[in-house]
Design a protein. Structure first.
Length: 212
C-alpha cells in the first residue's frame, strides 16, 4: 500500500513538474529577452509565498483532483523561472554573437547554444521545484483526504479521535506514530526516486566539466 501511494504521489508530482517546466522555461526565456515582462515573472515567484492551504481553499471550487494539481504546478514554477533566467544570463555573450555570426537565427541560437549552456542551472531549478512539489503534493493529498498526506494528517490527529472513542493511550500513541511514519517514509521514497532520476539525467545530458 505504501509503495502504491508513493508511486501515486510521484506520478502526480511528475506531471505537475513537467507542466511547470514547460511553462517556467518559456516564461524564463521571455523574461530574459524582454525586460518589460519581468514584473509578470516576479508575480509568479510571489505566488510561492502564499500558503498551500490558502491556495487550496481558493481552488477547491474546481472538480476532482484539479485543485491539488493546480497548487503543485504553481508552487513548482518559481524555481524553474528563476533558474532559467539565471542560466541564460550566465551564457557568455561572445558565444551568442559567434553563433549569430555563423548565420544562426535567434531561435536556433537559443535552442542550440543558449539553452544547452544554461541547462545545468535550469536542471537545478527543476530539482528544487520537484522537492517543493513533493511537499505541497502531500499537503494537497491531505486536503483531498487521500494518499500519503492523509496518513500523516490522520497520525497527527489520532489522539483526538482516539480520546473520543475511549481507546487506550498506548494504542493511540502507537497508531499515531505508525501512521505518521508510514506517510513520511512514503514521501521520502518518492523524493529519493526523483533524486536518482535527476542524477541520471544530469549524467546523460551535462558534460562532466559542467556538472556542479
Amino acid at each position: 500500500m505504501i509503495l502504491f501511494e508513493a508511486a501515486q504521489l510521484a506520478g502526480m508530482v511528475a506531471q505537475c513538474v513537467l507542466v511547470a517546466t514547460v511553462v517556467g522555461v518559456l516564461a524564463g526565456v521571455v523574461a530574459h529577452r524582454r525586460r518589460p515582462s519581468r514584473p509578470a515573472v516576479a508575480t509568479v515567484v510571489v505566488l510561492c509565498a502564499v500558503p498551500a492551504f490558502v491556495l487550496l481553499g481558493v481552488l477547491l471550487v474546481l472538480p476532482g483532483a484539479a485543485p491539488g494539481v493546480a497548487v503543485v504546478a504553481v508552487y513548482a514554477l518559481p524555481p524553474i523561472v528563476r533558474n532559467t533566467v539565471t542560466g541564460l544570463s550566465g551564457v557568455d555573450p561572445a558565444l551568442v554573437d559567434a553563433a549569430r555570426g555563423l548565420g544562426m537565427s535567434r531561435r536556433r541560437t537559443l535552442l542550440r547554444v543558449e539553452l544547452p549552456l544554461a541547462w545545468p542551472v535550469i536542471l537545478g531549478g527543476i530539482r528544487v521545484a520537484t522537492r517543493l512539489a513533493i511537499v505541497v503534493g502531500a499537503v494537497a493529498a491531505y486536503a483531498s483526504g487521500s494518499g500519503l498526506g492523509e496518513r500523516i494528517g490522520a497520525g497527527l490527529a489520532g489522539p483526538r479521535g482516539a480520546d473520543t472513542a475511549n481507546v487506550t493511550v498506548n494504542v493511540t500513541v502507537n497508531v499515531t506514530v505508525n501512521a505518521t511514519l508510514t506517510g513520511m517514509i512514503g514521501i521520502a521514497l518518492a523524493a529519493l526516486l526523483f533524486e536518482a532520476g535527476y542524477l541520471l539525467i544530469g549524467r546523460l545530458t551535462i558534460p562532466g566539466g559542467a556538472r556542479a
